[in-house]
Design a binder for this molecule. Structure first.
Ligand code: DGJ
Length: 726
């Protein structure tokens, strides 16, 4: 609920779990007062009033009030707050902003953000507040947008800047800036690299600034547009966690800054690297949306909040909260070397194994036999698939499988018809030579004709055959940003690229509502909420090794729901790290996400094939629980063991997955306590041949079997007993 106390000029935004409080001071400054565990009422708490000679005062006679020592709601540059400002501007005769409250509006529901992906909800799920701040000298309005989702404990925030009579350059404009009065926190981020994405990383906070960022034109493998501050003593189940996401897939920054008074400022938004946006008189700039949440239920509380919110208010379309097909992808099975016959053989075995979809990966178009050519030429490679795409799809469909197809639409190869016709469509910087990544260039999505070409060419393929799924890949980052729309006062390229991409995705996903879109960027190089708004799942990582996947999937699970996470069983030795892991472990780990297979099924031993059939059968029995249920990380004695529990939303079924990485002599006992079950219900476990009450499983726990080889795992299913008890 959003309350406004007109007498005390206090806004109180209240969910089931938190309160967010702001106050307008007499001078019109919007001050942040409180964000934390819900309070019923915010009384007359004094401001931070300090008499410090090095903190400048707006009024000469009052030395106690300074912007330098206040919790500010949306800080500006140059007028006495020395922390990292939320916004910075430059204009003909200056470079500061003095924003004062002008008016506000409160209403049911939430507006969409023009040109950008954002969260959404019905009028009974979300309430919004807009506060206009105004700079008199510049005639400039900054509108702060707050949309509160009381049941899912989330606050969506964004900012719109509108120039009045005077032109102005935005040098920086964050989506969210949050001031906290203390600094006893650790910073949690998801870092990594190609094939090792989303490693959960903990950093110490101290006076000064901690930040993560991307300058790649994509959120990237190395960083995720997410940051959390957690109590130093936080655990999985208790302790305060403040977390912020950015719904954006391009260059971003997220930081936590501690000032001289040990106050913390958390910020997230578009990176100001290569960013300068010029607003002519009357023009507007809309920032991406940030999501802010608070819990005192530890990391598990943060995870549950984030998962539920993303499933309900970020994912959209037919696959919003719908289970996903089990697929086989031919990439690691054949790479570029496939024929129609090979694909049909793969489909035949997949169909016998109960798999539901075949995805044809890279190499079906232009004359692509390796990664050096043809991107942009989205027409069939006739020599490879002489009977045509529609024919192949039909044959696959006849075997009872749906069909999915790989694209990399944002790219162009030098060796392509498209490049020969439109060399100027590749991003290029005047006077500089191209820089290549995987021998390819990036199309300039700031050009409307390029966006139209992509929509048209992908549409033509999707209309040519019965295609149920699209894997949308993106395999290099942007260099040579061309600001050719600009003069030297503009650096708009990177953001305009994102606007172009979002426009394409909006048009294509609207035009093909039945198609399941999966985003990919060499695995998880653009696994972010911006992409998830259009494409409800992501290829988590190119690393398909089950053991490497444990940390990748665990980091991913911290904020992103299982339903968004593609996870495949691949061959051994593993193609990325050469590891030999048992088929069972590969299956158990992949079954924690949206299960797929990525190996040549036609070359498997009878034993392995029957193992895969068994995995498919098991997955079908637990798919609702895995994809639509709740995910819990379970406590283990060391990092050498991992345990997770996935529980159906009605708590009728639970799946416990336990992996022991390296075997140990005299191994310590591994007693694992489950979470999320109904304590009073009785659950059968066929594998263990007995039943347990939920409270036993959660409070006493289960001893894991003695493991005497590396990379072993177990998966226990618990089904609620119907009728009688033990
Ligand atoms: C990178 C992806 O992550 C892989 O799964 C595969 O689709 C290749 N690109 C194809 O080029």
């Amino acid at each position: 609920m959003i309350l406004y106390d007109a007498q005390r000029h206090i806004f109180h935004l209240q969910t089931e779990e938190f309160s967010y409080v702001m106050q307008i001071l007499e001078d019109g400054q919007l001050i942040h007062r409180y964000f934390g565990q819900r309070v019923n009422y915010f009384g007359d708490h004094p401001l931070v009033l300090l008499n410090r000679s090095f903190s400048p005062n707006p009024t000469a006679s009052d030395r106690t009030y300074s912007l330098d020592t206040q919790l500010l709601e949306y800080s500006t540059n140059g007028l006495g707050d020395f922390r990292e400002s939320a916004i910075a501007v430059s204009y003909e005769d200056g470079s500061s902003l003095d924003l004062r409250y002008r008016q506000h509006r409160i209403y049911k529901g939430k507006k969409a953000l023009a040109g950008l992906p954002s969260s959404y909800g019905d009028d009974d799920q979300v309430e919004s507040l807009e506060i206009d701040l105004y700079d008199d000298y510049l005639d400039l309005t900054v509108t702060l947008f707050y949309s509160l989702f009381p049941e899912t404990n989330m606050l969506a925030k964004s900012v719109k800047v509108r120039a009045g009579q005077r032109a102005v350059c935005l040098e920086k404009v964050l989506s969210l800036s949050l001031d906290l009065p203390d600094s006893a926190y650790q910073v949690h981020t998801l870092n990594g690299r190609y094939a090792q994405e989303k490693l959960w990383t903990i950093s110490e906070l101290r006076q000064g600034k901690f930040s993560i960022e991307s300058r790649r034109g994509a959120s990237g493998h190395a960083q995720t547009p997410f940051i959390a501050l957690a109590d130093e003593q936080v655990t999985e189940d208790s302790g305060q966690v403040y977390s912020a996401h950015l719904i954006y897939s391009g260059n971003f920054v997220a930081f936590a800054e501690v000032n001289q008074l040990e106050m913390t400022r958390l910020g997230i938004g578009i990176n100001d690297y290569h960013f300068r946006w010029r607003l002519e008189a009357g023009e507007e700039f809309q920032t991406p949306e940030a999501l802010l949440s608070y819990t005192n239920r530890g990391f598990s509380g943060m995870t549950q909040t984030s998962h539920h919110f993303i499933r309900k208010h970020i994912l959209s379309g037919k696959y919003k909260e719908k289970t996903r097909p089990i697929l086989v992808n031919n990439w690691e099975a054949t790479y570029f070397q496939f024929t129609e016959q090979k694909i049909l053989e793969l489909a035949e075995v997949a169909s016998q194994a109960g798999i539901e979809m075949l995805v044809l990966d890279d190499g079906w178009f232009g004359h692509r036999d390796d990664d050096n050519s043809s991107l942009g030429d989205w027409f069939l490679y006739q020599a490879k698939l002489p009977n045509g795409l529609a024919h192949l799809v039909q044959k696959v469909n006849e075997k009872g499988l749906d069909f999915g197809l790989w694209f990399e639409p944002e790219m162009i190869s030098e060796d392509s018809n498209l490049y020969r016709q439109h060399p100027d469509w590749a991003i290029q910087m005047a006077g500089r030579s191209h820089r290549f990544g995987r021998e390819q260039l990036v199309l300039d999505l700031t050009k409307p004709e390029v966006c139209d070409y992509i929509v048209k060419s992908v549409t033509a393929v999707l209309e040519s055959a019965n295609i149920s799924y699209v894997k949308w890949d993106m395999n290099r980052n942007i260099t040579n940003p061309s600001d050719d729309l600009a003069n030297d006062v503009k650096q708009e390229f990177y953001h305009r690229y994102m606007l172009g991409l979002y426009d394409i995705l909006e048009r294509l996903t609207k035009a093909f509502p039945e198609v399941l879109f999966e985003s990919c960027s060499g695995g998880g190089g653009r696994y972010d909420l911006g992409m998830l708004c259009y494409m409800p799942q992501t290829w988590t990582s190119d690393n398909t090794d089950a053991i490497s996947r444990l940390s990748i999937q665990e980091g991913t699970s911290l904020i992103y729901p299982t339903l968004t996470m593609g996870a495949h069983v691949s061959a051994v030795p593993n193609h990325q790290v050469g590891r030999l892991t048992p088929l069972e472990t590969r299956g158990h780990v992949a079954m924690m996400g949206n299960l797929g297979f990525e190996l040549d099924l036609t070359k498997l031993s009878t034993q392995d094939l029957s193992g895969i059939k068994e995995q498919v059968k098991t997955y079908k029995a637990i798919r609702d629980t895995i994809q639509l249920g709740d995910f819990y990380r379970l406590s283990t004695k060391s990092e050498n063991e991992k345990a997770y529990c996935q529980v159906s939303s009605n708590r009728d079924q639970a799946v416990l997955t336990y992996v022991k990485i390296l075997a140990q002599p005299e191994s310590p006992i591994s007693r694992i306590k489950l979470k999320g079950l109904d304590p009073d219900a009785c659950y059968d476990c066929d594998l263990l041949g007995r039943s347990y009450y939920g409270d036993e499983l959660m409070r006493i726990g289960l001893d894991m079997p003695l493991i005497q080889q590396d990379y072993q795992s177990v998966q226990y299913l618990f089904n609620k007993k119907r009728g009688e008890n033990l």
